[in-house]
Design a protein. Structure first.
Length: 300
């Protein structure tokens, strides 16, 4: 099983030095991928602008936009931006596609919340794939370029935790970029089984099976408090009492040995890749997680 690391893009008080340090450490470390997600009505960096920086600041690691919401973008311009990113990183780009969970992001860019559906997403993915295939999507003199390095466009993962969504994405996605709040390996295995069956029924090769979870390494109480604080800030569209109720059981908090045990359980469940999501921009969280991944790799 591979392990990727998510950039701390949802943390406060970021600057280019913090982001570059994280990117370079991830690229130098044992991680399979460098990940980040999209929000609009939040103070995180713009995902597509960040893609250019990540391409410039890294050489090895795969770049994974764990969630891009096509309905928040013009699909032709989004296809052009992602193809440009794929060119800049020499074909290291994987794109997670999701409908997004927040109406406020749709409203902030004037997008129609009625398109916040799998159908609305799939329609825009179809346009993007036409652009990446070099087709003309208008009466322009030339097709929209540049051509992506990866033939047919970047690998696409559906970002979801719902069985129905997984089944409907089998015809256009290359895999799954799920997430688990409570680290329930059994539920994750069930979703993976649905994905594997759906891809086989669609006549496609087996899907890439990825999931993610929040983490905080350290003594139990401060680590759990770190996750709680992060969830309060990130889940600002949810009533705080609900966030407080789920915080004690959401994500992982604990020691390096305990994190290794959790990762081993996901590996045994058939997970191809876990994307770890930090709950602090403290670089020590990254370096400590890197030590866990190195230890696991040496023991396998």
């Amino acid at each position: 099983m591979q392990v990727g690391m998510t950039m701390p893009v949802m943390e406060p008080d970021l600057d280019s030095a913090v982001l570059r340090s994280w990117a370079e450490h991830i690229d130098d470390g044992p991680f399979s991928s460098l990940c980040w997600g999209e929000r609009i009505a939040f103070d995180n960096p713009d995902s597509l602008t960040l893609l250019g920086a990540m391409a410039a600041w890294t050489q090895r690691v795969r770049l994974v936009t764990t969630v891009i919401v096509p309905q928040l973008h013009d699909p032709v311009m989004l296809a052009k931006a992602l193809a440009t990113g794929d060119m800049l990183c020499d074909g290291r780009l994987t794109v997670g596609i999701g409908v997004g969970g927040r109406h406020e992001d749709y409203r902030s860019v004037g997008a129609d919340t009625k398109t916040q559906t799998m159908r609305g997403m799939a329609e825009r993915v179809a346009v993007m794939k036409r652009v990446w295939a070099g087709e003309r999507v208008s009466d322009s003199v030339l097709p929209v370029g540049p051509m992506p390095v990866q033939e047919g466009g970047p690998e696409l993962l559906v970002g979801t935790i719902g069985p129905k969504t997984v089944r409907s994405a089998a015809h256009w996605a290359d895999g799954l970029a799920g997430t688990t709040l409570d680290l329930d390996v059994g539920k994750q295995r069930e979703l993976f089984d649905i994905a594997t069956t759906s891809w086989a029924e669609a006549g496609k090769k087996p899907p890439h099976l990825a999931t993610s979870f929040w983490f905080a390494l350290g003594d139990p109480e401060p680590a759990r408090a770190q996750i709680h604080e992060h969830l309060r800030r990130y889940m600002n569209w949810i009533p705080s009492e609900f966030v407080d109720a789920i915080a004690p059981t959401t994500g992982f908090s604990g020691s390096e040995d305990e994190l290794a045990e959790v990762l081993q359980k996901f590996a045994a469940a058939g997970t191809d890749e876990v994307h770890l999501i930090p709950t602090s921009s403290d670089i020590s969280q990254l370096t400590r997680a890197a030590d866990v991944v190195r230890s696991l790799r040496s023991s396998m």
